[in-house]
Design a protein around this ligand. Structure first.
Ligand SMILES: [Zn+2]
Ligand SMILES: [Zn+2]
Length: 176
């Protein structure tokens, strides 16, 4: 698989049983749909993800075609934006994978840190990620961000898998 930005070959990073692909050049991260699915575990059932505030209002999503290619299917990715959050995600509506630029990852974390729910979630994932330390395989620079990264995976799992049919509908209807 190749990086949608610079065509560098993507490498594997492993968090617990979740595998993602990152670009050693620009540090963007690719998540397959199945990888997102795996991010969900039994402990999640104790959390009410439906009440999680971020991106709750589906009418505030915005979509834009990009020139970037999905590393898996080689079709154009769609940029998904939410309101004024500056959070952008590249989404493949064909395979439902997600590409995150390094900058986008930071933006998402900053956005979430301004939300009250962040503290609760963060504590939750910190506890989880402590158990994951020993099975972590990936570049050191990702290590510090493991908790954030893991939380984001769970969030995406919910937003893009559970709510995918509706998001997909919005994407279809935003492209004239
Ligand atoms: Zn890259
Ligand atoms: Zn794809």
């Amino acid at each position: 698989m190749e990086c949608p930005r610079d065509n560098e070959k993507l490498e594997k990073v492993l968090f617990h049983n979740i595998e993602a692909d990152y670009c050693p050049e620009c540090l963007g991260i690719w998540f397959d749909k199945d990888e997102l699915r795996l991010a969900k575990d039994d402990k999640d059932k104790q959390l009410n993800w439906l009440d999680f505030d971020i991106w709750r209002d589906t009418s505030r999503f915005d979509f834009l075609r990009t020139q970037r290619l999905c590393p898996v299917c080689r079709v154009m990715l769609v940029e998904v934006k939410y309101d004024d959050s500056k959070v952008k995600i590249d989404f493949c509506k064909h395979c439902q994978g997600i590409w995150l630029d390094r900058g986008e990852f930071k933006q998402i974390m900053n956005y979430m840190k301004r939300k009250a729910d962040y503290e609760i979630l963060h504590r939750y994932t910190i506890n989880l990620t402590k158990e994951l330390w020993e099975v972590f395989s990936g570049p050191e620079k990702f290590r510090d961000e493991l908790a954030d990264f893991f939380m984001l995976l769970k969030l995406f799992n919910y937003k893009f898998i559970v709510q995918h049919p509706f998001l997909n509908y919005l994407i279809e209807n935003s492209q004239k």
